[in-house]
Design a protein around this ligand. Structure first.
Ligand SMILES: *Cc1c(COP(=O)(O)O)cnc(C)c1O
Length: 380
């Protein structure tokens, strides 16, 4: 088996328990036994989202849920406020446009995050905004957005609040009902540490009221169908789901539940702090403003005189540690360390040990051991 350590913002390392779960044989997806697995998995998802509303499982990656979140509440020409500070904010805008929405962009500089007052101002300046899209954790820049405070602003407006928590659910605080989020979604392969291929979405009562009035342009991701099938006896999905991946997702959620969601989030915060301190100790610099930096992924400026292919190539080929590159205009200019899912001191100690050897090999002047020492300090 490939022993490469995945220090990516997804997919993340999958535990043996989850690997064993996905090796079980396939069952009829329209059976009582599968209905029970589906129910258990969706209930655990709702527990992770901290919502009393039902969660629905979609067979597809996080982007399927991004598309479902928009396609089900959008009529052509509806006005949408897309908050954009990176690649995933842009993707939500592109989906808005693909379904005929009028996108009003609120752009923040990549590396910074939107302020709640900015969202308020945009809602004041533009009438009839039907919904607002926000990315909780902008994976491309390593920035966290204050979704609770934006939720407080959103309460004074009719617009629905749509939040992408693909790279934060299970790794940072997401409290769907308390924050007043109408549509929230995530993917399986990031903080939840299940294999890629599943997504989950939850919808508030206000969200359903809008969905019921929209003749959605999506067939596979039509949420009314998921609601109807989910309410059947036994509960089902409208089309054949990835039975195997649902076994895996269910097991991954059970592991988080046993560990305790709050403990898991705390662990992510320590890993993020360890990563930032280790980066700084090595004389490297963070791409985002530190005060808005993510709990699940750290974006780091490429050190002077070192290329992306040399750095990540050496990490991968010599030390079997996979890091992520930059996206779009950040390609070649930043690299990213994902510290989500099952990551703890062990993975980070290996990662920084390898990064130190890599930098040394590439003639970037560092003191060996200082990065690893910061990891130790954060976890001791
Ligand atoms: C990864 C990611 C997505 C998209 O997920 P895929 O599984 O790659 O389709 C969406 N939003 C954010 C914030 C992500 O990190």
């Amino acid at each position: 088996m490939d022993q490469t350590l995945l220090m990516l913002p997804g997919p993340t390392n999958v535990s043996n328990r989850v690997l064993q779960a996905i090796s079980k044989n396939v069952v009829n997806h329209r059976s009582v036994i599968f209905g029970e697995i589906l129910t258990e998995t969706s209930e655990l998802m709702s527990k992770m989202f901290k919502t009393n509303n039902q969660s629905y499982l979609l067979t597809g990656s996080g982007t399927a849920a991004m598309e479902a979140s928009i396609a089900n509440i959008l009529n052509p020409n509806d006005k949408v406020l897309n908050v954009i500070g990176g690649k995933f904010g842009e993707r939500l805008r592109d989906i808005t446009k693909a379904f005929g929405g009028k996108s009003i962009e609120f752009n923040v500089e990549w590396g910074d995050c939107v302020k709640p007052e900015d969202v308020k101002k945009a809602l004041e300046d533009n009438e009839d905004i039907k919904f607002v899209t926000v990315v909780h954790n902008e994976t491309s820049t390593g920035v966290t957005t204050p979704i609770k405070e934006i939720g407080d602003v959103m309460r004074d407006y009719d617009a629905l609040y749509v939040v992408d928590t693909v790279s934060s659910l299970g790794g940072d605080h997401v409290d769907v009902d308390r924050y007043g989020i109408d549509i929230c979604f995530t993917g399986s392969q990031k903080c939840l540490a299940a294999p890629p291929g599943m997504a989950a979405i939850t919808v508030s009562d206000d969200g359903w009221k809008v969905i019921d009035k929209v003749d959605s342009n999506t067939y596979y991701l039509n949420l009314k169908k998921y609601r109807d099938s989910g309410a059947g006896t036994p509960p089902e999905t409208p089309y054949t789901p990835s039975v195997t991946l649902i076994y895996g997702l269910c097991e991954a959620l059970k592991i988080i539940d046993e560990e305790g969601l709050d403990a898991r989030i705390k662990k992510h915060k320590i890993a993020a702090k360890a990563t930032r301190e280790a980066v700084k100790a090595l004389g490297l610099t963070l791409f985002p403003k530190e005060e808005v930096s993510s709990s699940t992924v750290t974006a780091i400026n490429m050190p002077n005189g070192v290329s992306d292919s040399e750095l990540r190539g050496t990490m991968r080929n010599e030390y079997k540690v996979e890091l992520a590159g930059g996206q779009d205009h950040l390609k070649g200019n930043v690299f990213r360390i994902g510290h989500m899912g099952n990551t703890t001191y062990k993975e980070l100690a290996i990662t920084f040990s390898a990064l130190e050897m890599t930098l040394k090999k590439l003639n970037f002047d560092i003191n060996l051991g200082v990065g690893v020492a910061e990891v130790n300090r954060a976890f001791i």
